[in-house]
Every structure is written in C-alpha cells, then in structure tokens.
Ligand binder design. Structure first.
Ligand code: RB5
Length: 144
C-alpha cells in the first residue's frame, strides 16, 4: 500500500514507530510530518497530509497529534475525507467496515491497550461492507 502520514510535535515518536512498522511490512510511506519536537499546528499538518492524499495514488492517510483529536477534526474539515480516531482493534475494524475511513488518527501522548501496529493492521486488513453503509457514507459528502 501507499500511505501518507503527517504529525505534529505531540506524536513524533509514534509517527516514527508507525512508519518503521509499515515499511517493515513492505508498504510505501510518504512522511510529511515534523521529525523534531519543534511546535507546529495540527491543522497545518493535517492539511499537508490531506492535500497530498488528494494528489492521488494513496490507499489511505494517517494523522497523529498529542491526542489524535485535533488533527482528526482538521482532516475531517476536508470534503471527501473520513478520518477515524481509532483506539483499538474494534474501532479500527469498524472504521473500515462501516465508515470506509480513508484516514486514521492516533494520539502520541496517550496509552493504547493494544500495540498501535496491531490496531493499524486491523484497519488495513478490513474491508468496507458497502450496502446500507455505502448509503450512509455517501450522505457524509452532502454535509460539507
Ligand atoms: C499540541 O500541544 C496538542 O494540542 C496537539 O498535539 C493535539 O493533542 C491537539 O488535539
């Protein structure tokens, strides 16, 4: 898969951890996030990832900030982006099966009950169920 990732200063270590794992699995990752803990604004970091995703050729995007909240909100301001702030294997699977999320968000300053690699892997291996969920997902783009 080809994946774009961006982060703010609250998730530098987490970003590197996800990139390392993705590359070890043979995926191509374009890292547009900050690699140091110099302060940057999460809306700007989300913008970088989303605009790159819109260039095409990507399977999905990842955005990370301290909580994952701000950067997921920012990503979701863009029409066509369905960014899921996933917490565990269950929310990771549902993000794809029901919401067809094309972005996922993580927080670098919190605790996860499962390894983040496992959570991300569940999302990546899940399949959108379509059907009634496709109708609902289509309605999202009529909102903004
Ligand atoms: C930055 O301090 C922090 O506010 C940001 O990373 C994120 O948690 C916002 O939602």
């Amino acid at each position: 898969m080809k994946i774009v990732i961006a982060n703010d200063h609250g998730a530098v270590a987490l970003k590197f951890r996800l990139v390392k794992w993705l590359e070890s699995q043979g995926h191509q990752v374009v890292n547009l996030g900050i690699d140091t803990e110099d302060r940057v604004d999460y809306p700007d970091q989300a913008e970088l990832a989303v605009q790159e995703y819109f260039r095409g050729g990507y399977d999905f995007g990842i955005v990370c900030c301290g909580t994952g909240i701000g950067i997921s909100i920012a990503a979701n301001r863009h029409k066509g982006i369905r960014c899921a702030l996933i917490h565990d294997s269950y929310t990771a699977r549902m993000a794809k099966e029901h919401n067809n999320a094309n972005f996922v968000a993580f927080g670098g300053r919190g605790e996860y009950v499962e390894p983040v690699e496992q959570i991300l892997g569940v999302y990546m291996n899940a399949k959108f169920e379509g059907g009634r969920h496709a109708t609902r997902v289509a309605k999202l783009d009529t909102i903004c």
